[in-house]
Ligand binder design. Structure first.
Ligand SMILES: [Mg+2]
Length: 349
């Protein structure tokens, strides 16, 4: 197979702020992999500095993968993804791009959508959350009002007046709240704030503490009723067993774990340990958001809104109506590139 790539700079609708960073552009990379029959698979890497990746590390993996992929058979996905994992263990988003592109090729060769290839039933529509990034209370209220059709909001917290802000948001929406502290709290702070949140329609709380505080998570879990999910604390399936008993669920992202194959392992590992699953994303286009969405029939909580947070997504794949996601019926990922005029129409919220 032959690999080529190009940059994709996604412009954010609003400056994206979470507990530890703020930015207005996300630099991703699109990969095209072509097999012997000329079938092209699409993939996307959305690297984040938190996990030690950036555009240059991703393109370096792609350059080295050109040779590794020569004379490989796209049907041997396990062999290919295992080889890439052994060569590039820390480059999960780069591996995810290649993994989804190969799944795209296989789906196209067999003429089935990816969910069908995975043996999944998409009939029960799943609802995604929509993220409200950290901002002034006034702007967070404005963003919340704009998202009035969406039944689940993920609110980013981890700043001084976050509870007051949440009380203000509760006044203007009936949406279910999911809270993401992005490592921003201490134990005392978390217990105090989560206990108040019980009266504010909060369904779950994500990653309260910095990575590695397993004992602190266990103490928190004993002190609060709202389910606690790990995100930054869990990259791939090998991270899950130690979180058993410390959290109620895990957030799976293709960009953290390295693609669809590993995401499937994570889902089954979590289930075996009686943990709930969420599928999340970075700021991504419809390419990798759609790849992740094909796993949604296996997932308890969906958080696939990365493409809704940008104004220049050049692809179309999953459709979202009032939060309900519908998977494309096209072969493979079912993702199509848009013309320039359609990009504008497609990106109006
Ligand atoms: Mg998170």
């Amino acid at each position: 197979m032959n690999l080529t790539y190009h940059p994709l700079d996604l412009k954010l609708r609003y400056k994206f702020q979470i507990a530890r960073e703020i930015r207005d552009v996300q630099n991703n990379i699109i990969v095209h992999i072509k097999d012997e029959d000329g079938i092209i698979g699409l993939g996307e890497a959305a690297p984040t500095s938190f996990f030690g990746e950036d555009v240059s590390s991703v393109t370096s993996v792609f350059n080295q993968s050109v040779n590794l992929l020569k004379n490989t058979d796209p049907f041997q996905i396990e062999d290919i993804t295992s080889l890439l994992k052994s060569r590039f263990p820390k480059d999960a988003s780069a591996r995810a791009a290649i993994d989804m592109a190969i799944h795209d090729i296989v789906g196209k060769k067999l003429k089935v959508p990816l969910y069908k290839l995975l043996g999944l039933n998409p009939k029960e529509p799943k609802v995604t959350s929509f993220t409200i990034g950290i901002d002034t209370t006034e702007n967070m209220c404005k963003k919340t009002a704009e998202a009035r059709d969406l039944p689940i909001l993920k609110i980013k917290v981890g700043f001084k007046n976050d509870i007051e802000m949440l009380k203000e948001l509760r006044k203007i929406t009936k949406a279910t709240f999911r809270i993401d502290a992005n490592t921003g709290w201490t134990l005392d702070e978390a217990i105090k704030k989560i206990n108040i949140m019980e009266g504010l329609g909060v369904e779950l709380v994500e990653q309260p503490f910095p990575v590695g505080n397993i004992e602190t998570l266990k103490k928190l879990k004993k002190s609060v009723k709202i389910p606690i999910f790990a995100d930054e604390d869990v990259r791939d399936s090998t991270d899950i067993p130690r979180l058993s008993g410390a959290v109620d669920g895990i957030n799976i992202k293709l960009m953290k774990c390295g693609g669809i194959r590993e995401a499937l392992r994570m889902i089954h590992t979590a289930r075996a340990l009686d943990l709930k699953t969420m599928i999340g994303c970075n700021i991504e286009s419809s390419v990798s958001i759609t790849a992740a969405a094909h796993l949604s029939p296996l997932i308890d909580y969906i958080d696939l809104d990365g493409h809704l947070l940008v104004t220049n997504d050049p692809y179309v794949g999953i459709m979202i109506e009032k939060g309900k996601i519908s998977l494309p019926e096209g072969e493979g990922l079912g993702v199509k590139a848009l013309s320039n005029t359609d990009i504008y129409k497609h990106n109006i919220l």
